[in-house]
Write a protein that binds this ligand. Sequence first.
Ligand SMILES: Nc1nc2c(c(=O)[nH]1)N[C@H]1C(S)=C(S)[C@@H](COP(=O)(O)OP(=O)(O)OC[C@H]3O[C@@H](n4cnc5c(=O)[nH]c(N)nc54)[C@H](O)[C@@H]3O)O[C@H]1N2
Ligand SMILES: Nc1nc2c(c(=O)[nH]1)N[C@H]1C(S)=C(S)[C@@H](COP(=O)(O)OP(=O)(O)OC[C@H]3O[C@@H](n4cnc5c(=O)[nH]c(N)nc54)[C@H](O)[C@@H]3O)O[C@H]1N2
Ligand SMILES: [Mo]
Length: 761
Amino acid sequence: MADEKIVIKEYTAPAGGWGSMKGMAEVLPKEGISPATLDALRRQNKPEGVMCVSCAWGKPAKPHIAEFCENGAKATAWELTSHRVTPEFFAKHTVSELDLWPDYDLEQAGRLTHPMRYDRATDKYVAASWDEAFTAIGTKLKTCDPKKVILYSSGRASLETSFMYALFARMWGQQNLPDSSNMCHETTSVGMKNAIGSPVATIQLEDYEKCDAIFAFGQNVGTNAPRMLHTLSDCAKRGVDIVTFNPLKERGWERFANPQNPIEMATGSSTQISSQYHQVRAGGDIAAILGICKIVIEADDRAKAEGRPRVVDAHFIEQHTVRFEDFATFARKATWDDIVHESGLTRSAIEDAARVYMKAERVIAVYGMGITQHRYGMDSLYMIINFLLLRGNIGREGAGPGPVRGHSNVQGQRTVGITEKTELAPVERLKALFEFEPPTEKGWDTVESCREILAGTAQGFVQLGGNFLRAIPDQGRMKEAWAKLPITVHIATKLNKSHLTPGEESWILPCLGRMEQDMQAGGRQAVSIEDSFSHIYGSVGKATPAAPTLLSEPAIVAGIAKATIAPNPNVPWDEWVGDYGKVRNAIENCYPDKFANFNDKLFVPGGFWKGNPASHRKWETKSGKAEFNVPRALNATGFAEQDGRFRLVTLRSNDQFNTTIYGYDDRFRGIKGTRQVAMMNRADILALGLSDGDTIGLESDAQDGHERVVDGLRVVEYDIPAGCIGGYYPELNILIALEHHAIESHVPAAKSVPVRIRLNP
Ligand SMILES: Nc1nc2c(c(=O)[nH]1)N[C@H]1C(S)=C(S)[C@@H](COP(=O)(O)OP(=O)(O)OC[C@H]3O[C@@H](n4cnc5c(=O)[nH]c(N)nc54)[C@H](O)[C@@H]3O)O[C@H]1N2
Ligand SMILES: Nc1nc2c(c(=O)[nH]1)N[C@H]1C(S)=C(S)[C@@H](COP(=O)(O)OP(=O)(O)OC[C@H]3O[C@@H](n4cnc5c(=O)[nH]c(N)nc54)[C@H](O)[C@@H]3O)O[C@H]1N2
Ligand SMILES: [Mo]
């Protein structure tokens, strides 16, 4: 979109408000939108309606008249677009040519309509029938070592599809089941499980009505979970203190005008969200939270010595936790010089935050990718848990950790078996129900899959949604290796870059989206998803499918499974495809505690809760208690500070859903017309002899012998801490070394990437 005018100008309006109305008004015509979209929006996130494909925020039992947001509307319009990518489209363009198109243009081209096979002789995708596709894919997969084929999924696929996909993998004798969570909240899944025995939020949506303080770390609410702004603004109006930690001033955490509130819209007024905003350095949360904990622990020491009421919840700590003393000793010994340096915050700012914490009875801690995507992301997460444990803020009303999940069903996929880890799979149940021997050897996660692809040992890649090659780190190295995969299969709604680096054999299998009517032998089908609060909802698509040739995801998964593995009378793939209620019965039989009476509860308003032991203080950890953890480092970056080395933070704009680019405007950040930017602190710009608007390049400072460079970035003077640079994902992913990931969870450390600046590139 080189012709679009680049405008960089501070955005002064609140999140929501007229800006979001305008955002919606601009996107709908671009997709040549039909009345179906408006109908879908009206029914969005309501009982028996369709559950939005955008974010994983809760869907209230009593929904607003319009329970959708600007970005949900964009996601809906994107799916219900009138544009089509047909066999004629593919006949006009070679794959090499399409590979040069920007992400935006590829997805803007519209919905995929036919199964397509890559033809190397013409370098084009050519149409095939579904029978041909399944037979060819099955024939090829049967020649592969199942343990070397990767079955990836992105977090959008329903519980039904995900269950079938994971079952297929295990019946085939493998569990290479990486998913988008491996690049996202895996740090939460691993860390929270270790610390409190639950891999997910312990709170539910109603807890927000009962809390009296919210601490928010590294999440961009206005863009990535806009419906959460309704909850936050209700909290702010109730006088709840909201204390935010983020290197960037994200507008959603500053001010919000509710587009559904006529007074706020008419008067231009808005609600202030955060009462305190702390611009922590990227990776500086460990130190910032340690500072708060130090203040709390030292205040408690004094109270104890003077016989006053305790500041920590001593009874809770005694009864419910381990290793408090180790942590308290560490916090007492920490120096303010270190805390201030590593966090980038002043001592008095941290004292302000600590005062709010000590005053509050019920505290929720919210966080996102700013915590999980660091080398020491697990330590940042542990610090959030330590902080909550100090005052007994886990396992009671109005208090607890509230990770904001990414994809609309990413949490649910894990619940129904998408995992490479044997201990998380229902091995015994699978054996008993389906009479086969599930694999026990650990499968590959995302980073491990990439390693195997780089090493040339992986033999195939099936992608259930997502744009893997674009979402992962080290795109340059990965692209070359990917092309050597014996087979790549993409189940997708739209064309993306991953499809355009074909393996030796390559297929695109177009599927129905969640908004679309899914008619099967047993009539119209519903699917289900799980949100960030472990609530499960049915979702019924009503829109006319983009093409009559599309198959549903369950039908495609069943098609591949049947063509690849031997039949098993206990797994009636065709019957399941005819009636997803039967898949739900199988899920219920596999996980009876979480899914009792699944089909009956599918449309309970507000979803049904699958339960969470930690929310009533039952700790399923190694020690049987909630665990304090001493951090291994005071900053989460995992690399030393050096002259000329910056911390690159890769971010989403307000006009994208992951690698899907809806447009080139990042309204709240005041950046319009380009994504090729480096947001920099004024002092850094001056020190380098640069000015706002200059062009620079960035190079990775991973020092592992590989060159990783991006040129042509426009310097944007921005309110960001010195030493940090902000830029957009996925354009900058080429700069992230594969091995720069969170230590235990393997989540790529996309929020602090060591880079150097290239002048005059
Ligand atoms: N419209 C829209 N909605 C989405 C998505 C989308 O792309 N578009 N993606 C979905 C998915 S899969 C996910 S995972 C979520 C992602 O939602 P977020 O978790 O909000 O992810 P990011 O946009 O990457 O932004 C991370 C935030 O962390 C801040 N940050 C960066 N480094 C640090 C740090 O070291 N410390 C602190 N405290 N903050 C830091 C950044 O400034 C930014 O505000 O959203 C989901 N919803
Ligand atoms: N540098 C950097 N890299 C990151 C991140 C970051 O913050 N910084 N974030 C990471 C995170 S949190 C995530 S979750 C990943 C996600 O990254 P992606 O893999 O990009 O996520 P998706 O949005 O799932 O993928 C988009 C594609 O999904 C397909 N699709 C859409 N709807 C459907 C559907 O209903 N069915 C099917 N089968 N396909 C569909 C479309 O073809 C579309 O092209 O990126 C990660 N990468
Ligand atoms: Mo994500």
